[in-house]
Design a protein around this ligand. Structure first.
Ligand code: GLU
Length: 469
C-alpha cells in the first residue's frame, strides 16, 4: 500500500495542499503503507526554487515524513520519453501535425455551438511518421472512442465518464516535453502507487489517466478526490485566510500539532472529538470518512487548538521554536532569564508562540519609554514613597523567589494601607514599561533582581522628575 503527495512548485504550498498531504500521509500510516513525496516541477517557467523549499521545509516542520523521494519530475524526462515511444509503437498514440490555427478553429466552432471543445481526431488515422512530420508535431493519446471509465472514488462515490466525451489528449508537446497527465501516469505506475489522494480539481483528469494506465497495462490505483478548503466566508481561500505559504503559520507562532489537528478536522470527523494526537489521527483516520462537500476554515478554532497544545506542551520542546522567533525579531536571548522559565509562565497566557515572544521581549530588552497611558495612570507622586520603601525591601531579598517577592510587596502595601494592586500595578509599569505582564511576582522573578531594581530605580526617578516639572 503506497500513497503519494505530488505538489507542483508553481505557487507556495498552502494549507489546502498540506491537508491533502496530511490525508495521504495518514492513510499510508493507518494502513502501514508507504508515503512518497514527488515534486511535479515540469512547468519550468512557473516553478520556483522558493516553492520547492516551502514544500520541503513545510513538510519537515509538520513532521510529515516521506518513505521515498523527494522525486523530481524534471529528472525523469528520459523515462517519460521512453514511455511515450512505447505508446507510439504500440499504436496507442500518434503524431499530430495539425496547425495551431486549425486546432483553435475547431475549438472556437465548438464553443460557439455551445459544445465542449475537443480535438476532432484528424491525424488519428494518418500514421504520420517522424519524417513526414517536418519535426513539427505533438503526440496525442488515442482515447478509446466508446465505453466508459468508472471511477469508484473513495470520497466522491461512483463517477462515470463516457470515453466518447474525451478527446485525444496531447501527451508530448511540440518541443518533446511530456504533459501533466502523462507524467503523473508514468510516475504513479513506476512508483507503484496504490492509492491516489488529491484535490477534486483533478477528478476530470482521472478517466484520461486511467485510459493511459490501461494502455500501458498498469495497475489502476484507488482514487480519492477531496474537496477544496474555502475561506471563512465560504468563498475561495484568499492569501490572507491561509492560501499563503504554510510556513507563515510557523512564523506566526503556531505549533505543528495544532495545525495538523486543525486540518484533519476540515472535512473529517469522528464523533464530536476535537482534539486528536498524531497517534490518534493515524489509528482513527480513514479516507472513506472524508466529507464530500467543501469545508470552510475557521481561524478562531485554530487559535483555540494552538492554545490548547501550547498549554500542554513540554517546555523544553518550545525552546527552539521560541528562540527562532526571537531571532527573527533580532533579539538575543542568551542572557537570563532562561527561555524555559519564561515559557513555563507564558504558555498559560498566550495563544501563539509569536504572542509569547512579543510579550516576553520585556525580559530581554530594555525600553526607552513607558506606555503613555499606563505611566500617566500609575506612575504618580502618590506611589513615590511606597515604591521607594519597596525598593529597599526588594533589595534586601536574599533568595529571589516568587514567595519572597510577593511577601515584600504585600508587606509594603499593608504598611502604607493601600491595596496590593495599587502598589503592584505601578511596580509593573515601572519594570515593564506597560500595564500588561505575567503576575507581578513572576514578572520580577523572571526579570531577575538586578534588572528589576535597576528598572524600579528609573521608575522612581521618572515620578520624581514628573512631580518637580
Ligand atoms: N501536481 C498536481 C497539483 O499540484 C497534483 C497531481 C496529482 O496529485 O495527481 O495539483
Amino acid at each position: 500500500m503506497k500513497t503519494r503527495f505530488a505538489p507542483s512548485p508553481t505557487g507556495l504550498l498552502h494549507i489546502g495542499g498540506i491537508r491533502t498531504a496530511l490525508f495521504s500521509w495518514l492513510y499510508a500510516k493507518h494502513n502501514k503503507g508507504e508515503f512518497v513525496l514527488r515534486i511535479e516541477d515540469t512547468d519550468r517557467e512557473r516553478s520556483t526554487d522558493e516553492a520547492v523549499r516551502v514544500i520541503l521545509d513545510g513538510m519537515a516542520w509538520l513532521g510529515l515524513d516521506h518513505d521515498e523521494g523527494p522525486f523530481y519530475q524534471t529528472q525523469r524526462f528520459d523515462r517519460y520519453k521512453e514511455v511515450i515511444n512505447q505508446l507510439l509503437e504500440a499504436g496507442h498514440a500518434y503524431r499530430c501535425t495539425c496547425s495551431k490555427e486549425r486546432v483553435d478553429k475547431i475549438r472556437d466552432e465548438a464553443m460557439s455551438q455551445g459544445k465542449k471543445p475537443r480535438y476532432d481526431g484528424h491525424c488519428r488515422a494518418l500514421n504520420v511518421s517522424e519524417d513526414d512530420s517536418n519535426n513539427n508535431f505533438v503526440i496525442r493519446f488515442k482515447t478509446p472512442t466508446d465505453g466508459q471509465i468508472i471511477v469508484d472514488d473513495a470520497v466522491q462515490g461512483k463517477v462515470i465518464f463516457e470515453n466518447s466525451e474525451l478527446d485525444d489528449l496531447i501527451i508530448a508537446r511540440s518541443d518533446g516535453t511530456p504533459t501533466y497527465n502523462l507524467t503523473v501516469v508514468v510516475d504513479d505506475m513506476d512508483m507503484e502507487i496504490t492509492d491516489v489522494i488529491r484535490g477534486d480539481d483533478h477528478l476530470n483528469n482521472t478517466p484520461r489517466q486511467i485510459n493511459i494506465l490501461k494502455a500501458l497495462g498498469a495497475q489502476i490505483p484507488n482514487y480519492a478526490h477531496i474537496p477544496m478548503i474555502l475561506g471563512p466566508d465560504g468563498k475561495k481561500l484568499s492569501k490572507r485566510d491561509g492560501a499563503a505559504s504554510v510556513l507563515q503559520y510557523r512564523d506566526d507562532g503556531y505549533l505543528p500539532e495544532a495545525l495538523l489537528n486543525y486540518l484533519v478536522r476540515l472535512g473529517w470527523s469522528k464523533d464530536d472529538q476535537e482534539i486528536f494526537s498524531i497517534d490518534e489521527m493515524i489509528s482513527e483516520f480513514d479516507i472513506k470518512d472524508v466529507n464530500k462537500s467543501a469545508s470552510s476554515i475557521n481561524p478562531d478554532k485554530l487559535l483555540w487548538l494552538n492554545q490548547h497544545y501550547l498549554k500542554n506542551s513540554d517546555n523544553a520542546l518550545l525552546v527552539k521554536p521560541l528562540a527562532d522567533l526571537f531571532k527573527a525579531m533580532e533579539l538575543t536571548t542568551d542572557a537570563r532569564p532562561d527561555l524555559e522559565d519564561v515559557i513555563d509562565v507564558q504558555k498559560h497566557r498566550t495563544e501563539t508562540l509569536k504572542d509569547m515572544a512579543e510579550q516576553s521581549m520585556l525580559f530581554y530588552q530594555d525600553f526607552d519609554e513607558y506606555a503613555e497611558k499606563a505611566a500617566k495612570k500609575h506612575l504618580r507622586p502618590v506611589v513615590l514613597e511606597p515604591l521607594k520603601v519597596l525598593y529597599e525591601s526588594l533589595e534586601n531579598i536574599q533568595d529571589w523567589t516568587n514567595e519572597n517577592i510577593k511577601a515584600a510587596i504585600e508587606e509594603i502595601a499593608e504598611k502604607f494601607e493601600i491595596k496590593m494592586g495599587k502598589l503592584a500595578q505601578p511596580l509593573r509599569v515601572a519594570v515593564t514599561g506597560t500595564g500588561i505582564s505575567p503576575s507581578i511576582d513572576d514578572t520580577l522573578r523572571l526579570l531577575g533582581q538586578d534588572k528589576s531594581l535597576l528598572r524600579l530605580r528609573k521608575g522612581i526617578a521618572f515620578i520624581e522628575n514628573r512631580s518637580t516639572s
